[in-house]
Design a protein around this ligand. Structure first.
Ligand SMILES: [Zn+2]
Ligand SMILES: [Zn+2]
Ligand SMILES: [Zn+2]
Length: 491
């Protein structure tokens, strides 16, 4: 298995966007365009004890590196596989007496890697970090100040024994990380756990309606061969048919923002003006801001503004209450807000969708499954009208909605939704991803329960009742409850 086969792509001059990647052959939905291991990657400061520093899985009881007492690993295989990347960092942390922040750690790992392997570490690498944009000249004074601060601390951390590097070059690497660093998520895709540099991925330009998606594959933990066991890598996957010569694109931001807001986000974080078709033509902006018509009459603009402002304010309060763990208050705020939105905003309005999303998660956490299912269903219907039909977020939301319906005893809709989610994730994540595997298990379980339901509704419901009182019977699987809890904690 070659992990870095790059024969389906080539670099080309993509006009104003600079360099880009395009397909050299036709591809179909779900095809892996290329896979790429990280050039360097680190776990976030805040999660350094909960996430494996080698494969980026989040799990309990990680082993600690006896030397630096900072790095954590699933097991010996992960630790051994990571040693090459960690050994200089390990010694440097011991010497320095403390752990520098994630950006400094990533810069250091990047420079050690370059000093050891050179700027090009494999035949498949199509660019070097030297050639990537750092956008230092576009940064705001505050951001530049932070870069300077990081460079200063970096120099204190960087061991005397390592080859010395100039301030200018270190700043360049910080700049590259700032606009090209790829956020790594855990194996369930629920939480951002770290950041890494993937040179080939940096060549893929943005489009708000892209033809590819990126996911992190965490390797195969059942494999004892450390190459496959811990070989985490990103995969660029085609979302639909791609023609030979077509530019490959991914989205750097969530599509669920109106074009004006997406453009602002992109400008702020990535320093370019988005000229994609969806932005220039404002496609779907109308749906995202649509109002509810009753008997052919629209609410007044004043009322729409009032409700929108109220919603934004409520969403802030929900976030606050959620961080404080006050879920009763979140539910109260959701219900109050939905009541105001109901007569005014259409089902695809972003404010309404955001409240439905919060409501469905918190309600299902509190085991109000019926009400949660209602919210989740409306949310997925809205998302379906807005997102590309092979969007990973749509797939994840559909999965959560399916599970909620299942828990609510609405087995028919639950099963249908789980099947839909499975079909999306087969494209966006592929058949070997842990989430897809979970979905496959749920699909089989709900299929079995659905059969039972159709044979005898009464028996189904009494079994479900029993299962709710006695978790051993398995209708509400324990692991899923845990998933939902973790999902809530992580957001
Ligand atoms: Zn691991
Ligand atoms: Zn160590
Ligand atoms: Zn755009």
């Amino acid at each position: 298995m070659t992990l870095e086969k790059m024969d389906a792509v080539e670099v080309f001059a993509a006009g104003e966007k600079g360099r880009g990647l395009r397909a050299t052959k036709e591809m179909i939905a779900g095809e892996v365009v290329f896979a790429e291991p990280s050039f360097a990657a680190v776990v976030f400061d805040s999660l350094s004890q909960q996430v494996c520093h080698s494969c980026f899985r989040r799990q309990a009881n990680l082993h600690r590196c006896a030397q630096c007492k900072f790095a954590h690993y699933c097991n010996r295989t992960c630790q051994r596989a990571a040693w090459e990347e960690h050994k200089q960092e390990c010694a440097a942390i011991k010497n320095y007496g403390k752990v520098p922040n994630e950006n400094i750690r990533l810069t250091a790992r990047t420079l050690w890697r370059m000093q050891k392997d050179g700027g090009v570490v494999s035949d498949g690498q199509l660019t070097t970090l030297d050639l990537l944009e750092d956008h230092l000249s576009d940064m705001s004074p505050e951001d530049l100040k932070e870069v300077k601060m990081n460079v200063h601390n970096f120099l204190e951390f960087w061991p005397r024994g390592s080859r010395q590097v100039g301030v200018e070059y270190i700043s360049h690497i910080f700049g590259v990380i700032n606009c090209n660093g790829f956020t790594l998520s855990d194996q369930r895709g629920l939480q951002a756990v770290g950041v890494g540099l993937f040179p080939n991925l940096c060549l893929v330009n943005h489009d708000c309606w892209p033809n590819c998606t990126v996911i992190l594959n965490h390797g195969n933990q059942t494999s004892v061969n450390s190459l496959f066991h811990t070989h985490s890598r990103i995969e660029l996957r085609a979302l639909g048919k791609i023609s030979e010569g077509e530019e490959l694109t991914v989205s750097y931001v969530d599509f669920l923002n109106v074009s004006k807001d997406r453009r602002e986000l992109l400008k702020q974080h990535y320093f370019f003006e988005c000229l994609c078709k969806h932005c220039t033509e404002g496609i779907k902006d109308d749906l995202m801001t649509a109002v509810r018509e009753t008997d052919g009459k629209k609410p007044s603009p004043e009322l729409v503004k009032e409700v929108t402002d109220f919603s934004l304010h409520s969403l802030e309060k929900m976030e606050q209450a959620r961080t404080e763990g006050n879920y009763n208050e979140v539910v109260r705020l959701c219900r109050e807000c939905l009541e105001k939105q109901e007569p005014v905003l259409a089902d695809t309005h972003l404010c309404l969708l955001r409240v439905l999303s919060t409501a469905s998660e918190v309600l299902s956490y509190m085991q109000f499954f019926q009400e949660a299912a209602g919210c989740a269903r409306r949310m997925v219907e809205g998302y379906t009208q807005l997102y590309h039909h092979h969007n990973a977020q749509l797939g994840m939301a559909t999965m959560r909605a399916g599970v909620t319906h299942w828990h609510a005893g609405l087995i028919e809709i639950g099963h249908t939704m789980i099947c839909k989610a499975y079909a999306i994730l087969m494209i966006t994540h592929g058949p070997y991803h842990p989430i897809t595997k979970d979905l496959e298990a749920m699909r089989m379980q709900t299929e079995m329960e659905l059969r039972l339901f159709k044979q005898n509704e009464y028996v189904y419901h009494s079994m479900r009742e029993a299962a709710l009182h006695n978790k051993d019977m398995g209708t509400v699987p324990e692991p899923l409850q845990k998933e939902i809890k973790e999902m809530l904690k992580s957001e």
